[in-house]
Design a protein around this ligand. Structure first.
Ligand SMILES: [Zn+2]
Ligand SMILES: [Zn+2]
Length: 324
């Protein structure tokens, strides 16, 4: 498996940034590299990470380690200063290194403004590494907007980098591991002419309720519980049918439900994304859609446009909160 040497910024005299919280160039480059490292390992790459020496010592030590290890790629991540507003990958000026940098450029879709490839013959890590070296200046840390953007998007930026490394080394790319499906505990009971109240305190019933009812919430208030008419309305704001005596649920049954392939979802101007990690939506969707496979990845589900397309064709990704 391809060997990737990771070299996050570790300045001897760390650079201040304009991040919304207490931060520094070394701090946020380290956080970004943590994500890259975790994902590369999950995909099977061999990974070595530079440290703990700082500054010039780190630079020499890292190049020495990278060369001795026989890295296939030496990847450096810093953030920039000087008043610019772009993301940049620097590399040695030869066809092999430029080709690699352009693969990263192709995948570097998550940027605050633009991304460019620039050749460099001066930086020690670029000129002294035997492996291809890609030297990222991810954002400008002297631009407050870019700093805030970086902290919100560094995971997606790291994922772009991982995609590029997969392409460079012929490793099949896979989305991050799916998360545990969201589970909802559902309590139902069959009611027969059960007095239905508009509130927990109403003295007289507004009507009666017969048939299957679901607990909207487990909470009991003044001896009463809220009910709703369908599993999908459990816990959903605005979907309380009314209040009944808690005793009506003394013979209730419980089930655990989680989103399933083919489950219908009704959307109203719901943001659609091209991947589980994309930060920019590709459009807004309204109407009836279906869960493609019911598997949550990075807090999103795949949807499809017809029952026939469940498990066959993906329309795009939506945030889990829109799956009710
Ligand atoms: Zn920061
Ligand atoms: Zn730096």
């Amino acid at each position: 498996m391809a060997k990737i040497y990771l070299s996050p910024a570790l300045h001897g005299s760390d650079n201040p940034t304009l991040c919304p919280q207490k931060c520094s160039e070394n701090t946020h480059c380290g956080q970004y590299m943590d994500i890259v490292e975790k994902r590369l390992k999950a995909l099977g790459f061999e990974v070595k990470r530079g440290g703990p020496a700082t500054g010039t010592a780190a630079m020499y030590k890292r190049v020495e380690e990278s060369n001795a290890w026989g890295a296939d790629l030496h990847y450096v991540a810093h953030t920039n200063a000087g008043g610019g507003r772009y993301s940049m990958t620097m590399c040695w000026n030869d066809s092999v290194n430029k080709k690699a940098a352009n693969v990263l450029h192709k995948h570097r879709k998550t940027v605050p403004t633009t991304h460019k490839v620039v050749t460099n013959k001066d930086l020690y890590e670029i000129r002294a590494t035997v492996a291809v070296c890609l030297y990222d200046e991810l954002i400008f840390h002297d631009h407050a907007g870019d700093c805030e953007w970086f902290h919100k998007n560094m995971a997606a930026m790291a994922e772009d980098t991982v995609r590029a490394m997969c392409e460079l080394h012929g490793v099949p790319y896979a989305e991050p591991e799916e998360e545990k499906p969201e589970e909802k505990k559902v309590t139902s009971a069959t009611l027969y002419k059960e007095p239905l109240y508009v509130s927990s305190t109403a003295k007289t019933a507004a009507g009666t309720k017969s048939g299957t009812a679901y607990l909207w919430s487990e909470e009991i208030v003044n001896g009463r519980v809220r009910i709703t008419t369908d599993v999908k309305y459990v816990g959903v704001a605005g979907m309380v049918t009314g209040w009944v005596n808690a005793k009506a649920f003394s013979n209730s049954s419980q089930a655990v439900v989680s989103p399933k392939a083919g489950q219908q979802v009704k959307l109203t101007l719901c943001p659609l994304y091209i991947s589980s990690t994309a930060t920019k939506r590709s459009g807004l969707k309204s109407g009836t859609y279906y869960l493609y496979d019911g598997k949550k990845v990075n807090g999103r589900y795949r949807i499809t446009n017809s029952k026939a397309n469940v498990g066959k064709a993906v329309t795009g990704w939506i945030d889990a909160k829109y799956v009710k």
